[in-house]
Design a protein around this ligand. Structure first.
Ligand code: SPV
Ligand code: MN
Length: 623
C-alpha cells in the first residue's frame, strides 16, 4: 500500500511532514518516484528554518558547494561541459498527432517518457532525495502556482531557497485543491569533483500532459532548477488555456517626476542586459527573469515569478553595476557558480575589478593563467555563463511591490536583443499590435554563451521566449495580440538596443546611457514628451534626450551622437523584415496573417522614406 511505502522509505519524522499535506495525488506521485529513483534517504523540507538550514548544510557536506572565506558564501561547480542550458536535449513531449513549430525541440511523448524513466531508474541509489514545496508568484494570489520539486541535488534545493517563495504551508492550505507543477531531477552519478558525469544521458523532458518535468544527469541551474525555466514551459501552456502570459521578462519600477513610479516589463534574450537593466540605480527592481502577466480590472498586471536572482556575473564591475557589486560583497547568502575560487577562498570572474589571480579552481578544475583547453583555446578565469544566486531581499533597490498579490500595473513593455547594426537605441510602437509584431515577435539576438553552441550568430527569438515555448508560436502570438482586448488602458510597447556598433566594431553608446532611454519611455507613457514618427516607430526628439542626459547622467549628449545612434538604417531594417517574414512563412505553422500585414506596412514606410532621404535617415528629416 501507498502509505506503507511512504512510511517505510521516509521514516516517521519525514512521513508526518508529508502527511500534513492532504493531497493523495501528491503522495502517490512522490511514492512513485521514490520507488523508481530509489534514493537511500528522503528529506521532506517544510518552510521551517531548521529544515532549510539542513538543505544548505547538506550541499556543503556532500561537496556540491564549497564554503568560501566570506561568511554565507559558497561556490558550486558544474561539469566543464554542463555550463549552460542544453537546448538539444531539452524537449517538449507531444502525444501522437500533436505538432509544434520546427524551432521547438520536441519528442514523442510515449517514447521519451520511456527513455527518461529508463535513464532515471535507480538513479538516486545511495543518495538523498530532497522534497521541496514552493509557490511561483506571490502566495495567496490569483497569480500563485504551487510547485513540487524532487531532487537529489542539495545545490538545486538550496538554490531554490534563494530564488522562490516557500510553499509548504501553501500546499497544506490548498490540500486536495492544489494543481501543482511537478519537477523530478537527478544530477545522476557524480565525478570526483561532484559534477554530473553521464552527460551523454543528460535529458530535460517536459511533459505538458502530466504537468511534470524530468531532468537528469545535469546540474547547471537552467537545466535543473525546476521552478525556473522548467516550470516556465508548463506555465506557458497552462496560461494559454486560462488567458494569462508567462514571459521571459524583468519587472521594474522607473521613477519619474514627483515620486511617480511607472512599472515596466522587459524581455531580453539571455546575456543581453536583462539583469543589469533590472538593477539600474535609482530605480526599483521587482524581478529580473520571469514574469506572469494577467488582466485584472481592465489593466495588465505583472508579478515576479521568483524572489531571487540567478544572474550572470561576467562583467559585473563596481563602476557599472554598483548595486550587484555591493550585494556580492555583503555577507548575504550567495552561491557563486563556475567562477574562480582563489587559494584564499575568494572569487574572481571575467571583467571583475582588480587583477586576475594567478591560479585557483574554476569550472575547468585546477586553473592557472594561460591554461588551455583541449583545442588549444585559452580558458578564461570564469565561464562566461558563470552566475551568482542571491535572494532579492539583499538589495536596497528592491521594490516594495515584490510580494503584492495583485502585482504591479504594467505601464510599458520593452523588447530588446543583441543587435549590432539595425535597431536604434529606443523607439515606441505606434500601437499594441505593431509593438507585439514588429518588436516582440521580430526579436532577434546575436547568440551568447548562455546556451551551448556557437556565439555571435543572429538568431530569431520572439519575445525572447522561444527557448521556453511549449505551445505553437501562432497561439502564443495570438494570445499576446488579444491580451489588450477589453483593457481600459493599454501599456505602451518599446524596442531597445544597447548593442549598436560603429564601423570599427565599437559600441556607440556607454553602458549607462540606457538609463536615459527608460526615463524617456516613462515620460512618454505619462504624456510628458513628444516624439517623431519614423518608419519603424516613434523616435525621441533630440532636445528631450539632451535634457535627460544632463539630468540623469550629467552628460552632454551631442547632436552628432544622436544622429549616429538614431539614424534609421533602412537597408538593415528591410533585411530584417525579409528574414523575419521568411521565418514566419516557412518555419511557423499557420502564422497569423496580421504578422505579414504589419511587417509589410513597415516595409512600405521604410521604402517610401528611403525614396525621399536615402539609406540612412536622420530623425531631423522626419520631424
Ligand atoms: C537564461 O539563460 O535566460 C537564464 C539563466 O535566465 S537559465 O536559468 O539558464 O535559463
Ligand atoms: Mn532567463
Amino acid at each position: 500500500m501507498l502509505s506503507n511505502i511512504l512510511k517505510e522509505r521516509l521514516g516517521n519524522n519525514q512521513y508526518e511532514k508529508l502527511m500534513r499535506i492532504d493531497n493523495p495525488e501528491l503522495h502517490e506521485f512522490i511514492a512513485k518516484y521514490i520507488e523508481h529513483c530509489n534514493p537511500e534517504k528522503v528529506f521532506v523540507c517544510t518552510d521551517d528554518k531548521e529544515d532549510i538550514k539542513y538543505i544548505r548544510e547538506s550541499a556543503i557536506s556532500k561537496g556540491e558547494e564549497i564554503k568560501l572565506s566570506k561568511e554565507n558564501h559558497t561556490i558550486h561547480f558544474d561539469n566543464y561541459f554542463d555550463q549552460a542550458r542544453d537546448k538539444k536535449n531539452t524537449r517538449i513531449l507531444l502525444p501522437e498527432g500533436v505538432e509544434l513549430d520546427k524551432a521547438i525541440e520536441t519528442g514523442n511523448r510515449k517514447e521519451c517518457l520511456e527513455e527518461v524513466h529508463e535513464i532515471m531508474k535507480d538513479i538516486m541509489k545511495g543518495k538523498e532525495l530532497f522534497i521541496r514545496f514552493f509557490c511561483l508568484g506571490p502566495t495567496n494570489s490569483e497569480f500563485s502556482q504551487p510547485a513540487l520539486q524532487l531532487t537529489d541535488s542539495a545545490y538545486v534545493a538550496h538554490s531554490e531557497d534563494l530564488l522562490y517563495r516557500l510553499g509548504y504551508e501553501e500546499f497544506v492550505r490548498q490540500g486536495k485543491k492544489a494543481r501543482f507543477f511537478k519537477m523530478v531531477h537527478s544530477a545522476g552519478e557524480l565525478d570526483e569533483r561532484n559534477t554530473s558525469k553521464n552527460l551523454d544521458k543528460r535529458r530535460v523532458y517536459i511533459d505538458l500532459e502530466g504537468d511534470t518535468v524530468y531532468s537528469a544527469n545535469t546540474q547547471y541551474g537552467g537545466n535543473t532548477i525546476g521552478l525556473k525555466k522548467l516550470a516556465m514551459r508548463l506555465a506557458i501552456k497552462r496560461g494559454l488555456g486560462e488567458g494569462w502570459l508567462t514571459e521571459h521578462m524583468l519587472v521594474m519600477g522607473i521613477h519619474g517626476p514627483n515620486n511617480r513610479v511607472t512599472y515596466f516589463t522587459g524581455a531580453f534574450p539571455s546575456l543581453c542586459g536583462k539583469t543589469s537593466t533590472a538593477m539600474l540605480d535609482n530605480e526599483t527592481v521587482v524581478g529580473d527573469d520571469i514574469a506572469y502577466l494577467r488582466k485584472i480590472n481592465g489593466r495588465i498586471r505583472a508579478v515576479n515569478v521568483e524572489k531571487g536572482i540567478f544572474g550572470i556575473i561576467m562583467g559585473v564591475k563596481s563602476e557599472y553595476d554598483p548595486i550587484i557589486w555591493n550585494a556580492l560583497h555583503s555577507p548575504a547568502e550567495i552561491i557563486f557558480s563556475n567562477v574562480l575560487m582563489t587559494p584564499e577562498g575568494g572569487v574572481h570572474w571575467i571583467e571583475k575589478d582588480g587583477e586576475i589571480p594567478e591560479k585557483g579552481i574554476n569550472h575547468s578544475g585546477e586553473w592557472y593563467k594561460g591554461k588551455k583547453d583541449e583545442n588549444g583555446k585559452e580558458i578564461p578565469v570564469s565561464h562566461p555563463n558563470a552566475r551568482f544566486t542571491i535572494d532579492l531581499e539583499n538589495f536596497g533597490n528592491l521594490d516594495p511591490a515584490l510580494d503584492d498579490p495583485q502585482g504591479v500595473e504594467v505601464g510599458g513593455i520593452v523588447y530588446g536583443g543583441r543587435d549590432s547594426d539595425t535597431w536604434i537605441p529606443i523607439k515606441e510602437a505606434f500601437d499594441w499590435a505593431h509593438g507585439i509584431i514588429a518588436y516582440g515577435a521580430s526579436l532577434e539576438s546575436e547568440s551568447t554563451a548562455a546556451t551551448l553552441g556557437k556565439v555571435g550568430v543572429r538568431t530569431f527569438n520572439p519575445m525572447s521566449n522561444l527557448d521556453f515555448m511549449s505551445i505553437p508560436l501562432r497561439d502564443y502570438i495570438n494570445l499576446n495580440l488579444d491580451f489588450v482586448k477589453g483593457l481600459e488602458k493599454e501599456p505602451r510597447i518599446f524596442a531597445v538596443n544597447y548593442f549598436l556598433k560603429d564601423k570599427n566594431g565599437n559600441f556607440i553608446h556607454a553602458r549607462e546611457d540606457k538609463k536615459v532611454c527608460y526615463k524617456w519611455a516613462e515620460l512618454r507613457i505619462n504624456g510628458e514628451v513628444g516624439a517623431i514618427d519614423g518608419p519603424t516607430g516613434r523616435i525621441p526628439k533630440y532636445e528631450d534626450l539632451k535634457r535627460l542626459f544632463r539630468e540623469v547622467l550629467n552628460k552632454d549628449f551631442t547632436k552628432e551622437l544622436y544622429n549616429e545612434q538614431f539614424k534609421i538604417r533602412v537597408k538593415e531594417n528591410i533585411a530584417k523584415i525579409d528574414r523575419i517574414e521568411e521565418i514566419y512563412r516557412t518555419q511557423v505553422m499557420d502564422a497569423p496573417k496580421i504578422i505579414f500585414d504589419i511587417l509589410e506596412e513597415q516595409r512600405e514606410r521604410l521604402l517610401s522614406t528611403q525614396a525621399k532621404y536615402g539609406d540612412y535617415i536622420l530623425p531631423g528629416n522626419l520631424a
